[in-house]
Ligand binder design. Sequence first.
Ligand SMILES: CC(C)(COP(=O)([O-])OP(=O)([O-])OC[C@H]1O[C@@H](n2cnc3c(N)ncnc32)[C@H](O)[C@@H]1OP(=O)([O-])[O-])[C@@H](O)C(=O)NCCC(=O)NCCSC(=O)C[C@@](C)(O)CC(=O)[O-]
Ligand SMILES: NC(=O)C1=CN([C@@H]2O[C@H](COP(=O)(O)OP(=O)(O)OC[C@H]3O[C@@H](n4cnc5c(N)ncnc54)[C@H](OP(=O)(O)O)[C@@H]3O)[C@@H](O)[C@H]2O)C=CC1
Length: 546
Amino acid sequence: MHTFVRPSTFTLEDVDRKLKAAKFALPTTQQFSPPDSSSEDGSSPETDYFPEIPSDEVRPLEQCIAIFEKGPRPVSASLALLNDEEIIQLANAGKIAAYALEKLLGMDALERAVRIRRALISRASSTKTLESSTIPLENYDYSRVLGACCENVVGYIPIPLGIAGPLTVDGVSYPIPMATAEGTLVASASRGCKALNAGGGVSTVLTADGMTRGPAIDFPSAVQAGKAKAWVDSEEGHGVLQRAFESTSRFAKLKSLKTALAGRTLYIRFTTTTGDAMGMNMISKGTEKALDALQKRFPEMVVLALSGNYCTDKKPAAINWIEGRGKSVVAEAVIPGHVVKNVLKTTVEDLCNLNIKKNLIGSAMAGSIGGFNAHAANILTAIFLATGQDPAQNVESSMCMTLMEPTNGGEDLLMSVNMPCIEVGTVGGGTVLAPQQGCLEMLGIKGAHPTQPGKNAQTLARIIASAVMAGELSLMSALAAGHLIRAHMTHNRSQVNTPAASAPVTPGPQSNPVLAQLSRSAKAAFSPLTPLSPSMSSTSLNRLRK
Ligand SMILES: CC(C)(COP(=O)([O-])OP(=O)([O-])OC[C@H]1O[C@@H](n2cnc3c(N)ncnc32)[C@H](O)[C@@H]1OP(=O)([O-])[O-])[C@@H](O)C(=O)NCCC(=O)NCCSC(=O)C[C@@](C)(O)CC(=O)[O-]
Ligand SMILES: NC(=O)C1=CN([C@@H]2O[C@H](COP(=O)(O)OP(=O)(O)OC[C@H]3O[C@@H](n4cnc5c(N)ncnc54)[C@H](OP(=O)(O)O)[C@@H]3O)[C@@H](O)[C@H]2O)C=CC1
């Protein structure tokens, strides 16, 4: 193993370990044999095989292979002697796997690896657009991505970042970072923040903190599975599994083990603290170790999967809604009646009525689990993207029940959001990426908390619940006042890049005079230059659009 180390988060040894899937063997220094010194044309083989500077000219494949396989070590030094087109030749000849380019080119050529991969993928695809595409490639710290965030990287996708607020949460004022492509979201959350701040801000309560993993384990019979369940539930069993589990991390402390049988299959839901990490790698590592200990006690058992969906990760599940997963937060605020009227353009009575009919009864009618809200997922996901969270966990993280009731003799609004599954971290995952770290830094919660592990991640969960409340308040008000479509036509419809040519052709306005008339009316009604009549409800507009 070479020792070519760059000042970076990862060494090549790390990358080598993480990319062990690359199946072609690299010649080691010991295997290196200099090229045959007797050249037929009498030219110096040194010159043929080790040109100092890669030229623009593309040399024959055989010569490139010779440099790659017999050139100086480490292999990154050999590849530095080849130009991009020559490396593309090697990859097309099966000598280099496109996904292992970073490993082969070395830590100081990460952007080059991405550029070459783009060319390879582009030329292999039927559209061939990637190489010259608008997907950005430069000015990105790929060393943070490698072995941590993404494979087969061809660039990065910038998402607009807006700031809502600031919002006062537990007495501290926070700017709310939101990465989104849905116009109106930041405006809506900002209006909600303004209304919440006017009432003194949001207070939060953290009711639980624990990540979960639920493996599935088969036994020969339900009786044997039942014996294992009883042992796991016992003090002795819990202790054995806990010791094994906690040996894997400084931060994972096992809080509970919940067991359930389905025939001869045993499910165990491990719940653990995870410090400032969201914790899925951490808990999975601990669970694997605990299952090794269980296997020693019950050799007949078969671990079907580390995840048996009893966790439940990245899927809707009642167990999360009822028991919580990640951080469980209740956020509460009082919004003065005059603020409801002047900032939100509605009334306490209308808001409370709509909340019951929409967020509670409407969701119950729809058979919802954890969907007793208007758009918690909107605000939560935008903050997830801005702060480097795992976006797929928005499934359970955005479970939320929004409650509203009149207070102070009906004058003011008492509001809460109840979010039992906010799965966030300030270390690990996408939080290692520099822009995402910038957002966490802005909130004062970047990385590990220096003295109380877990406090930064908990603060992030409190901020998210409070920002969700701002979004709920503003959207519910817009719905109650009939302002939804007006706002979206102003903030959420591109006038530049929505070409007329994308209009439907068959059947279309051109071929149907009635539809053509409707289309013109709708266009006039939706133009941001022509504000909608306040009396025009979103329902009537929707009818118009059809
Ligand atoms: C990682 C692998 C693919 C290795 O799998 P492997 O079989 O050891 O890989 P291999 O070296 O034999 O290579 C097989 C192929 O994999 C690809 N491949 C292999 N390595 C690379 C690489 N570095 N970059 C790009 N592609 C790669 C590549 O296509 C390669 O073919 P080749 O090109 O060599 O002929 C496998 O172990 C795997 O798929 N693991 C599953 C990981 C996963 O899906 N994680 C998702 C996150 S888990 C989660 O978020 C949700 C969860 C788990 O909680 C949900 C639940 O509750 O179930
Ligand atoms: N494996 C899986 O099944 C799944 C993985 N994921 C992915 O998992 C990744 C996140 O995993 P996660 O476990 O959160 O992060 P990491 O895998 O990055 O683990 C956190 C690391 O940070 C260390 N650490 C240092 N300081 C702290 C601190 N104050 N609090 C907590 N940890 C600290 C931990 O130490 P120590 O070693 O002592 O624990 C650990 O090594 C994401 O990329 C996510 O997408 C998502 C879903 C499922």
